[in-house]
Design a protein. Structure first.
Ligand SMILES: [Zn+2]
Length: 423
């Protein structure tokens, strides 16, 4: 959350050089799979496009001399062996699936930068004490099969493999059947055992780094989330003959709640947010005061105490407005995701590595979920954010600057090699 300057750390990776041209070519070749006319990518998980992306990644890994494993979720692991194969590996991962009409960098930048890191080490004849494994997690996005991030969730025991294999897409196809169809169902025995650390490089997907003219950030954690489903019940009446002062209007209560939640979030510093994304009036006709409005509310904060506080204030605000508008209210908590706090030592290492490549460092908290959220439950984890042009993501105009990609890769190389050298 703050900027810090520290002395430059000694260059521990002399000899290993990131080849930006190779990284760029790999990202663009990957982006051609499922490419859209407007410059984006549609590569939903377990589709033919996803299979082609996996095949290409596997070929590049084999060419780089990496050993590939496939687990029962279809997650790919490409291992660059360490000097002591008995030690737990360092994992560098992200995902190759996309949302419909998504961008070229959300996911692939992390996977392919990881690949570039081991290509650079191999070219320099360098090998860490520990192995480095590049990970392509299946179905990070959750765009075809809900929920999102199921493959890392299974690794940490948040879902069973059976639960995930039985998820169905909108057309009724099963996750497990589609995994078989594309030939990417592996073995549970190939899941990672002990893991030394997990690092995920990802685009920021927001405007903060750009607004501060910074290329990179060390990510300290992920915002916790509370979701409410709110039902407001008033009196349905004809719009014409009902005097304003006698109404019990559920829609007016909903409108005041929307504005009130925005004001509540604005009373906190960034990155605290509150959002109403769904609103359904019943019956929803032009000349009738709605009898009922069903709406959502989403509040996010980076600490447990802060999340409990803003969620409590949001609930009190909604109840107060309901009383003032003389409508009944039901508030149901439908999702409660605690904030993720990444490993402070790894965040510090990324911070120092950013400065070592000559960039100013900044720490921030991620607003969206990533596989790193689950990995943090089983191994020391941190993320590295790369500036996203215009803050645009999950859209075809998603862009980065190649200089930022180079700085990100150099940072990841340093941090990964440092971790791989640890006894
Ligand atoms: Zn992503």
């Amino acid at each position: 959350m703050k900027m810090k300057m520290r002395p430059v750390m000694p260059d521990i990776v002399t000899g290993a050089r990131i080849d930006l041209g190779r990284l760029r070519a790999s990202i663009l070749e990957m982006a051609a799979i499922g490419a859209t006319a407007a410059g984006g990518v549609t590569r939903l998980t377990l589709t033919d496009e996803d299979r082609a992306a996996r095949d290409l990644f596997a070929r590049w890994c084999a060419d780089a001399g990496l050993t590939l494993r496939l687990d029962d979720m279809g997650t790919q692991y490409a291992r660059y062996e360490g000097r002591d194969p008995s030690l737990a590996p360092v994992l560098l991962g992200s995902h190759l699936d996309s949302v419909p009409a998504g961008g070229k960098y959300d996911g692939p930048l992390g996977v392919l930068t990881g690949l570039e890191v081991v290509r650079a080490l191999r070219d320099a004849g360098l090998r860490g004490r520990r192995a480095i494994e590049i990970v392509n997690f299946t179905n990070e996005e959750g765009a075809r099969f809900e929920p999102a991030m199921v493959a890392s969730a299974v690794l940490v025991g948040a879902y069973t493999a059976d639960f995930v294999h039985h998820r169905r897409d909108a057309t009724g196809l099963r996750f497990g059947d589609e995994l078989d169809r594309i030939g990417y169902r592996g073995d549970a025995a190939n899941r990672p055992g002990a893991i030394h650390a997990y690092l995920e490089l990802h685009i920021e997907q927001g405007p903060v780094l750009e607004s501060e003219n910074l290329p990179l950030a060390a990510v300290e954690g992920i915002l916790g989330i509370r979701w409410f489903n709110v039902t407001l019940r008033g009196q349905s009446q004809h719009a014409g003959p009902s005097p304003m002062r006698s109404r019990r209007d559920a829609m007016v209560a909903a409108g005041r709640i929307i504005v009130g939640l925005r004001e509540l979030a604005l009373s906190y510093p960034d990155p605290v947010v509150a959002t109403v994304g769904r609103l359904r009036p019943v019956p929803g006709v032009i000349n009738q005061i709605p009898a009922e409005v069903v709406m959502s509310a989403d509040v996010r904060h980076w600490t447990d105490e802060g999340l409990a506080e803003i969620a409590g204030k949001a609930e009190a605000l909604m109840r107060r407005i309901a009383v003032e508008e003389r409508v009944e209210i039901d508030i149901e908590t439908i999702q409660n995701v605690p904030p993720t706090r990444f490993d402070p030592r790894l965040v510090e290492l990324l911070d120092a590595s950013i400065q070592a490549v000559g960039a100013p460092s900044r720490r921030m908290v991620a607003g969206a979920g990533h596989d790193a959220k689950y990995m943090n439950d089983i191994t020391p984890t941190a993320m590295l954010f790369v500036r996203t042009i215009g803050g645009m993501s999950h859209c075809e105009s998603e862009e980065i600057a190649w200089d930022d990609a180079r700085l990100g890769a150099e940072t990841l190389l340093r941090a990964a090699l440092r971790l791989a050298e640890e006894p």
